[in-house]
Write a protein that binds this ligand. Structure first.
Ligand code: AMP
Length: 249
């Protein structure tokens, strides 16, 4: 079985993001970029499935600018076998990406696609679900455990109030949640070896997809700072403030 892993290049999770002076978008110039953290978890899960003999090949794909090659190389250094860069300078959105991914799935015929549950830059949480709909495949979103048994995938999902386990008929889509695993780091020898692994360059048109943005961002602003707290002297004062100032009681 092949596993397809879509990975997105986003602002590094440790960077404090700033809004551009004109409020049009987040400032990306000279900002450290990295693989979306949920995609690192998806990569780790695919490697574990391959190590357990459940998969033969792991293909990583990114839809984005030339620099997304670095993200793909990171995945190759961690253990993916080959990579596809679907090059575009457009700001990607979930529907456009899902359409490209459908084309990649049609060409590569994977048994499983593991995506991150959400990209930390746009917080959409839509691409996996849209891809499942376009393909007509089963989906297990917010996965905290994945067990492959023949042509079935048992996916434990993090839902409100606990864990739900669903059985998916493969081929299927899984989206990775935080507790699925702890991603490993790439070793230096593997970083060197990754340079020799196959990385193909394609365009959205090669997959019959159009990634032109359908959304217009009206405004981007930083969250307002937190107000300083106050200390109260008694429970009665606290209740009074909650009732008469905050209006929550
Ligand atoms: P989103 O729906 O934007 O929150 O993204 C969910 C997941 O879809 C991400 O964690 C990635 O696995 C995948 N994804 C989103 N955008 C891209 C992209 N441009 N290239 C590759 N994968 C993507």
């Amino acid at each position: 079985m092949k596993i397809l892993l879509p990975v997105k290049r986003v602002v590094d999770a440790n960077v404090k993001v700033r809004v551009k002076a004109d409020g049009s978008a987040v400032e990306l110039a000279n900002v450290k970029m990295a693989m979306n953290p949920f995609d690192e978890i998806a990569v780790e899960e695919a490697i574990r499935l391959k190590e357990a003999g459940k998969a033969e090949e792991i293909i990583v794909v990114s839809v984005g600018p030339q620099q997304a090659q670095e993200t793909l190389r990171t995945a190759l250094a961690t253990g993916a076998d080959r990579a596809i860069l679907v090059k575009t300078d457009e700001q990607t959105e979930p529907l456009g990406v899902a359409k490209v991914l459908k084309g990649v799935v049609d060409a590569e015929q994977p048994g499983l696609v593991i995506l991150g549950k959400q990209a930390i830059d746009d917080d959409s949480n839509q691409t996996g679900q849209m891809l499942a709909a376009l393909l007509g495949w089963a989906q297990g979103t917010f996965a905290s455990k994945v067990v492959i048994d023949g042509d079935k995938a048992m996916v434990t999902r993090e839902v409100d109030g606990g864990l739900q386990t669903v059985e998916l008929k493969m081929p299927a889509i899984v989206t990775a949640d935080l507790r699925l695993n702890q991603p490993r780091y790439a070793s230096l020898p593997n970083i060197m070896k990754a340079k020799k692994k196959q990385l193909d360059e394609k365009s959205p048109a090669d997959y019959g997809a159009d990634v032109k943005p359908r959304l217009k961002v009206i405004k981007t602003e930083e969250p307002s700072g937190r107000k300083a707290g106050v200390k109260v002297k008694s429970v009665a004062e606290l209740v009074d403030k909650l009732k008469n100032e905050a209006g929550v009681l």
